[in-house]
Design a protein around this ligand. Structure first.
Ligand code: AMP
Ligand code: GLY
Length: 427
């Protein structure tokens, strides 16, 4: 079959790597992709939200299945576009329609949904321009730390956590009145602060049945020991040591099942990945957020742990046959270290020449922000540049592989965290 992957980051590189291993694959295309993916498929220069061009391309190349990597095209309605065009409606598309993507696209919606279906999540209230004064009062009557979240998509930057009441009040006004995050902060969710260790759980859903993929832990802060600014993710590990059978049973019973049931009751035909951003509070899982896609860099640690043919599994989604799938996992651990441009997540340079990739022996290198310059050199082209995944019988072994690959790859001002997995692995 012919497959199109939409996106250009480390997550999509990893999907390309995994799907290219399937005997069912005839041709793989990636729009727009990056040079690292040339090893697995053909790059197509179409933007991720140019639905018309993507649709026309799918017809031209006889695409049977589309995997949508990032949230933006989903929230903008790529699935609705395909389903509403007769000549595209037969193509399987992995990702929810607009109605389903709202789980990520609106924090207010997802909080209401969780409350309605008794899914454990922090207590909250939503405020807008008409209730700003009430919001300020609410902050005054709540205790620190204060958690403020822009309702809409804000490229991972829309969450502000502060212990300073004045800063919280100021930020709330800036979000709502000055649209600090554009339209995304027209509404703001203020919620109770939860203390615990986070983890990401991924489910593939066909609208009726679901399968649970290996869990992962993402390291979001730029600095070691989880310090400094939030990023898109600086690394990931899988498995997560505390996510044992008993804990994962709670996740399934208290979170996954009620979520899928809720989607069915709300008439949301959800065919795609659901990313549960969870926090372990005294051994009880709570939901921090839903995303309507796989995580990045979690994917780069999760997919290598799937032994089964992922493409075969994805072909079962459209016909709602995931109940017939038995997915097999690898026993080994996978750890991903993200190499980023110096300065990221603030200002950073692009266009620095990358070297040393050929000396990486046993790690998987998933290109994220890379491109070829006019001299055909591989250069940096984003904040997150390269995800390197190590595999090993233990997290420690896997980490030694990913860390040594991280040292081997060079460009000016490369930065990465040397302590991924630090809570679980002795030095
Ligand atoms: P989100 O974009 O909702 O994932 O939030 C970004 C990050 O903020 C999360 O990964 C958490 O580290 C933190 N966070 C969000 N909500 C809460 C909360 N209610 N309590 C504590 N930390 C939170
Ligand atoms: N790594 C977090 C995310 O993909 O949103």
């Amino acid at each position: 079959m012919n497959v199109l992957i939409i996106g250009s980051g480390g997550r999509e590189s990893c999907f390309a790597w995994k799907l290219a291993q399937s005997p069912l694959l005839k041709q793989l295309f990636i729009a727009p992709g990056n040079p690292g993916m040339l090893e697995y498929g053909i790059l197509v220069e179409i933007a991720i939200d140019d639905f018309e061009k993507l649709g026309a391309f799918c017809i031209e190349k006889n695409i049977n299945l589309v995997v949508v990597g990032p949230e933006v095209p989903l929230v903008k309605g790529i699935v609705d576009y395909f389903k509403s065009h007769l000549n595209l409606s037969q193509i399987s598309i992995i990702g929810p329609d607009k109605k389903g993507a709202i789980l990520e696209g609106s924090k207010d919606f997802s909080k209401k949904f969780m409350q309605k279906y008794n899914i454990p999540t922090a207590a909250y209230q939503t405020f807008d321009t008409f209730s700003l004064a009430k919001g300020i009062k609410y902050l005054e009557n709540t205790s620190a730390p204060y958690v403020l979240k822009a309702d809409g998509l804000a490229a991972g930057k829309g969450v502000i956590i502060t212990s300073d009441l004045e800063v919280a009040k100021q930020t709330l006004s800036e979000m709502i009145s000055d649209l600090k995050f554009g339209d995304a902060s027209e509404k703001v969710v203020i919620e109770q602060f939860l203390t615990g260790i986070e983890l990401s759980v991924f489910v593939l859903c066909d609208g009726k049945n679901y399968i649970i993929l290996p869990e992962a832990k993402d390291y979001k802060r730029i600095g070691e020991a989880d310090s400094g600014l939030n990023t898109g993710g600086m690394g990931a590990i899988s498995p997560v040591p505390f996510a044992n059978e008993a804990f994962m049973k709670k996740v399934e019973d208290k979170i996954i099942k009620p979520t899928i049931n809720g989607l069915i009751i709300e008439n949301i035909d959800y065919k795609g990945f659901i990313f549960f951003g969870l926090i372990n509070v005294n051994n009880e899982p709570w939901v921090i957020e839903y995303n309507c896609r796989m995580g990045d860099p979690e994917t780069e640690a999760v997919l290598p742990r799937i032994k089964s043919d992922l493409l075969e599994i994805l072909t079962k989604v459209e016909a709602q046959k995931l109940n017939t799938v038995s997915i097999e996992f690898e026993n080994f651990a996978a750890t991903t270290v993200m190499l980023v441009a110096g300065g990221y997540p603030n200002e950073f340079e692009k266009g620095d020449v990358i070297s040393g990739l050929e000396n990486v022996k046993n790690a998987l290198c998933f290109h994220a922000g890379t491109k070829n310059n006019s001299q055909k050199e591989l250069v940096t082209n984003g904040g997150r540049v390269m995800a390197v995944t190590g595999l090993g019988t233990t997290l420690k072994e896997a980490l030694s592989v990913s860390n040594s690959a991280a040292e081997t790859i060079f460009w000016k001002n490369k930065n990465y965290r040397k302590d991924i997995g630090f809570e679980f692995v002795e030095k």
